[in-house]
Design a protein around this ligand. Structure first.
Ligand SMILES: C[S@@+](CC[C@H](N)C(=O)[O-])C[C@H]1O[C@@H](n2cnc3c(N)ncnc32)[C@H](O)[C@@H]1O
Length: 257
């Protein structure tokens, strides 16, 4: 099976962290810190660690945290921020570690890219110790309450997200089938942002390589979406349209004990 992500994160890498300047995801941060404390995790792995945002944040709380990513470009950004981080290039579906190596495996906003998401869960369990846990943070468009202007203005993006992101229920089922003895689900972050008129054009997520959703579009499809946004702004005169992002990031934890 081809396990190469179709999104080229080497291109996304230089501007990826603009999203954290705009919204540091305080709820996700709180949940991850609590999880590390509650699980008494000493050895942690983040799969799909990207520019190292969460590796850097959790680093002081644990004995050892390793970041693994498929994209050398993303890893370079992580390294540029802190050259003492433990980073490695690799694929989520073939984790290059011996069995029972970690206390906690994390995957944050990355699972949608893994070509065999169920195999990743099995792989994660293999490298966890008997008292370990796997935590996945992701969007769940299947819940049906998210609103995102990207879904409204860029054709095909919503349908693609429904295919790329498994539902939380599916993930919980996969965790239990992989051998985790309990699995839990909760909301980690409620994101609510409103961009008035032209403001939306400066939002990092509106840029072609600002999110995987738009990076996956052809140039023509991206331009068509932007044209629709410009038309909506032009058509409303003195009362500019409001572009809404209203999303819930879910946290799923599979426990080995
Ligand atoms: C949206 S970024 C998330 C980065 C980081 N976890 C964060 O929350 O800021 C998704 C990351 O998953 C990585 N990725 C995609 N497919 C992968 C795979 N098969 N194995 C490992 N990493 C992968 C990408 O290179 C990218 O850095």
């Amino acid at each position: 099976m081809n396990t190469i992500s179709p999104v080229n994160y080497d291109v996304i890498a230089p501007k990826y962290d603009a999203r954290y300047a705009q919204n540091p995801l305080a709820g996700v941060s709180r949940e991850l810190r609590e999880l590390v404390t509650k699980s008494q995790a000493r050895d942690v792995l983040e799969v799909g660690c990207g520019t190292g945002h969460w590796v850097i944040e959790l680093h002081p709380l644990v004995r050892r945290i390793v970041g693994l990513d498929f994209s050398f470009g993303m890893l370079e950004q992580a390294r540029a921020q802190n050259d003492t981080l433990l980073l490695t290039n690799g694929d989520a579906n073939h984790l290059p570690f011996p069995s029972a190596r970690f206390d906690l495996v994390l995957s944050i906003n990355a699972l949608q890219h893994y070509t065999d998401q169920r195999a990743f869960i099995t792989e994660a369990r293999r490298i966890l110790r008997a008292d370990g846990a796997l935590a996945i943070v992701n969007l769940d468009p299947h819940i049906g309450r998210d609103q995102w202007y990207l879904y409204d203005y860029f054709e095909g993006v919503k349908a693609a997200d429904f295919r790329r992101f498994p539902s939380s229920g599916t993930l919980l089922d996969w965790m239990l089938a992989a051998g985790f003895v309990r699995a839990e689900w909760r909301v980690a972050e409620h994101i609510h942002q409103e961009f008035i008129g032209h403001e939306v054009l400066d939002n990092p997520f509106t840029q072609k390589n600002g999110s995987s959703q738009l990076a996956l579009l052809s140039d023509a499809a991206y331009t068509a979406g932007l044209d629709r946004i410009h038309a909506a702004i032009a058509s409303t005169g003195d009362t500019p349209p409001i572009f809404v992002t209203d999303q819930w990031l879910t946290l799923l934890v599979g426990w080995n004990h």
